[in-house]
Design a protein around this ligand. Structure first.
Ligand code: HEC
Ligand code: HEC
Ligand code: HEC
Length: 89
């Protein structure tokens, strides 16, 4: 994990192209699972049918594990780190 930055930025668009094409074939529901007080309660399986939930779970799962193991914050886990201008929840 040296060559930080330059290499990863390049890889990221590749990861996304691959992820969007591959994952959505099975995680078919577009966007996020419904949220808010009127939203149905979904178990994990139902939630993972939503493409964005599956994608987030995948990215953040690895990032969290990496940060914990190496006692770092190099791998982003909060919204604003990946979505510019977003507020962290
Ligand atoms: C060939 C079909 C298929 C493809 C392609 C696919 N998935 Fe899945 N995925 C599944 C199935 C089936 C499950 C299990 C759902 C369940 O719990 O019953 C699953 C579960 C998951 C879970 C939840 C795992 C857990 O911790 O329980 C995540 C996260 C996930 N997929 C992410 C992705 C991502 C990201 C991609 C693209 C890189 C992807 N999947 C591509 C079929 C697929
Ligand atoms: C298999 C593990 C793994 C998966 C899956 C993963 N990442 Fe990462 N990611 C990492 C690690 C490790 C780092 C920290 C690298 C470093 O030292 O800067 C990182 C860093 C990043 C960074 C910060 C780059 C920088 O230069 O600061 C972004 C953005 C990122 N990942 C986006 C994503 C996205 C989006 C996904 C899901 C499509 C994803 N990652 C999936 C392991 C992973
Ligand atoms: C590791 C990077 C990463 C983190 C952390 C992350 N996201 Fe995402 N998010 C992505 C990627 C990649 C996509 C799919 C590509 C896209 O649609 O922009 C996505 C898609 C989305 C979408 C659907 C696409 C859209 O623009 O409407 C929403 C909404 C979203 N994220 C909200 C959040 C929220 C809220 C958080 C914090 C709780 C969060 N994200 C954390 C990487 C991340």
């Amino acid at each position: 994990m040296n060559k930080k930055g330059s290499k990863l930025q390049g890889e990221l668009s590749g990861i996304l192209t691959w992820a969007v094409k591959g994952c959505i074939e099975c995680h078919k529901k577009p966007g996020e699972a419904p949220k808010g007080k009127d939203a149905p309660k979904l178990d994990k399986k139902a939630k993972m049918e939503y493409f964005v939930e599956a994608l987030h779970e995948n990215c953040r799962g690895c990032h969290k594990a990496y940060n914990k193991e190496f006692k770092t914050k190099a791998a982003p886990t909060t919204c604003a780190k990946c979505h510019q201008g977003a507020k962290d929840e």
